[in-house]
Design a protein. Structure first.
Length: 563
């Protein structure tokens, strides 16, 4: 007797092999059989004829470190086929942390990942100090997906060095030895690696840089040795906006991986100022991999940037005096004011007289209507679209945001889109060793919703793209499942195989779709986040338990802390 039998689905096992029609039987949260189970009894049945059956997706780059302490449904990741997520990226998080440093690590998360301090202060229980204690807290919780944690490098530095780390002082040999010891304890307790950042823009709102930016080669070397001893991963956000600095930092990180034997994964993107700079980083990576070094760039299959709405903190009109008069109002009252012709006329005139920093982005702002288009044409940017409509750019943007009862959207494509094409991203994604990631779930929650990129991969890249090459279903499913699972050593996940965990998606590929982002006000202290609902995910199972049913929460939460 099986607990669950998924019958007659097109099974893609995650290895990149073509799909095959088969049944999947589940017992006690694990896959017990794959094949012809037509006569096998089951307590629960799902007819998957004509549907895809895939492993659950592995999200390697989220910032849900706070969310996992106060909620079970981990939006915006939930509902996009994700069954395991990795937190603690870019060196920020909330452990280890002494009581006297809580204010700083909250301020750092607020500045780096745009998670408001008021929300964090209202939601974090702070019933830990060490990283093992933080993991112990998470083990007491259950979620609609599995979670895993990286040890945040900046938190580690502050825990050991205190104010000296905040002031940017170099670590002494004694400091480095203490960091290595604490990292060893964290990895032994279940951390899946160490997250770090070198990005100059990652700092508190008061301008204090992320402490990991001050780490030198000796510090990374010592931590790399500990990571290698545990078979774990160094995750790095390099300064990919500046060249040749980016080449130097990736060279340093690769040298750490080469000499210590640890695994390295780093954020890779295309920038507007250096549209081919990523090729040099990739060349270094390929050379290191040829030498046997384990290096995996993380890439996102769509532009980075922002979703601009009236509910965002910053938009093209946010500094206009006539808008600031009503900015304090609740959104419904604000929209009612914005719909008044005199108010519109005043705000538009002020924006035209003083466009501010958004003016330089007009060529990369696109109006979204009906559905999200993550590869818009260059001549659809607001500056050109406004001319065709016989409006000023400010008028066009205002009316775009007022569309759909004030729920209109502008897409800012500020990264990964230097040449108004995703072909460079296709090249990055097809590199044998790149990892799909950078969804940033939990971070910048009022301006991005890139956790939905898993759905974009299955819709746009395998089915809907018409302006260039597509990817095949087997290769996209492999890159969403087996490859990230292998990176982090998640045993028995990321593949559909007998004995493996029953983390499974059943998908109607023809109907799969992602809705426009919508703001939800459901975080502590009235915090808000963009969420994208979906159609086409017939069911998502975590450990054989259905957590999502046709886009709806089942309120089952079997997800656990994994290592």
């Amino acid at each position: 007797m099986y607990d669950l039998v998924i019958r007659r689905g097109q099974v893609f096992d995650g290895t990149g092999s073509p799909g095959r029609v088969a049944d999947v039987g589940v017992v006690d949260g694990r896959i017990a059989a794959i094949g012809d189970l037509a006569q096998a009894p089951g307590k629960e049945h799902l007819d998957a004829q004509g549907l895809l059956v895939t492993p659950g997706f592995i999200d390697v780059h989220s910032h849900l470190d706070g969310n996992v302490t106060w909620e079970q449904h981990l939006k915006p990741n939930s509902g996009h086929g994700i069954t395991t997520t990795v937190m603690g990226n870019c060196g920020v998080g909330f452990a280890p942390c002494k009581a006297e440093h809580r204010e700083f690590v909250v301020a750092l998360m607020e500045g780096v990942e745009d998670i408001p301090a008021a929300q964090l202060n209202a939601g974090l229980p702070w019933n830990w100090e060490s990283f093992p204690e933080y993991l112990a807290t998470l083990r007491e919780h259950r979620y609609d997906m599995n979670v895993a944690g990286l040890l945040p490098h900046s938190c580690l530095r502050v825990f050991v060095m205190g104010e000296r780390a905040i002031q940017g002082e170099p670590a002494s040999r004694e400091d480095i030895a203490a960091m290595a010891r604490i990292a060893d304890e964290a990895l032994a307790a279940g951390a899946v690696g160490l997250g770090s950042t070198r990005l100059h823009g990652q700092k508190t709102r008061a301008g204090i840089p992320a402490p990991s930016r001050h780490a030198d080669l000796a510090e990374y070397q010592a931590l790399g040795e500990v990571l290698a001893a545990h078979g774990r991963v160094l995750q790095l956000a390099p300064e990919f906006n500046q060249y040749p600095l980016a080449d130097e930092e990736i060279g340093m990180a690769i040298n750490v991986a080469r000499t210590t034997g640890c695994t390295l994964t780093y954020s890779l993107k295309q920038t507007n100022d250096h549209p081919d700079g990523w090729r040099g980083l990739m060349a270094q990576t390929q050379q290191a991999v040829a030498e046997g070094v384990r290096v995996f760039p993380q890439v996102l299959g769509r532009p980075t940037g922002a979703i601009i709405t009236w509910e965002a903190v910053s938009h093209p009109f946010s500094r206009c005096p006539s808008y600031r008069e009503i900015a304090h109002l609740a959104i419904d009252a604000r929209l009612a004011e914005l719909a008044q012709a005199p108010r519109r006329k005043a705000i538009v005139a002020e924006a035209e007289a003083s466009p501010g920093g958004f003016a330089r982005l007009f060529s990369r702002l696109f109006a979204m209507s009906g559905a999200m288009d993550y590869e818009p044409r260059k001549n659809d940017a607001v500056i050109a679209a406004a001319q065709r409509a016989g409006q000023s750019t400010a008028e066009y943007m205002y009316d775009t945001l007022m569309a759909n009862n004030g729920c209109g959207i502008l897409l800012l494509a500020s990264g990964n889109y230097a040449q108004f094409s995703l072909d460079p991203m296709l090249e990055m994604m097809r590199y044998d060793g790149s990892i799909l990631g950078l969804g940033d779930g939990g971070a910048h929650s009022s301006v991005i919703c890139d956790a939905s990129a898993t759905t974009t991969m299955l819709t746009y890249w395998t089915r809907d793209r018409t302006c260039g090459e597509r990817m095949s279903l087997p290769e996209v499913i492999r890159k969403l499942t087996a490859e990230p699972a292998s990176l982090y050593g998640f045993a028995d996940r990321g593949n559909l195989q007998v004995g493996g965990h029953a983390d499974i998606n059943v998908i109607d590929h023809a109907q799969l779709n992602v809705d426009m982002p919508r703001m939800h006000y459901d975080l502590p202290a009235g915090g808000k986040r963009l969420v994208q609902s979906t159609a086409g995910y017939v069911a998502t199972f975590v450990g054989g338990i259905k957590v999502h049913d046709n886009g709806q929460f089942t309120h089952q939460t079997p997800g656990i802390l994994v290592a």
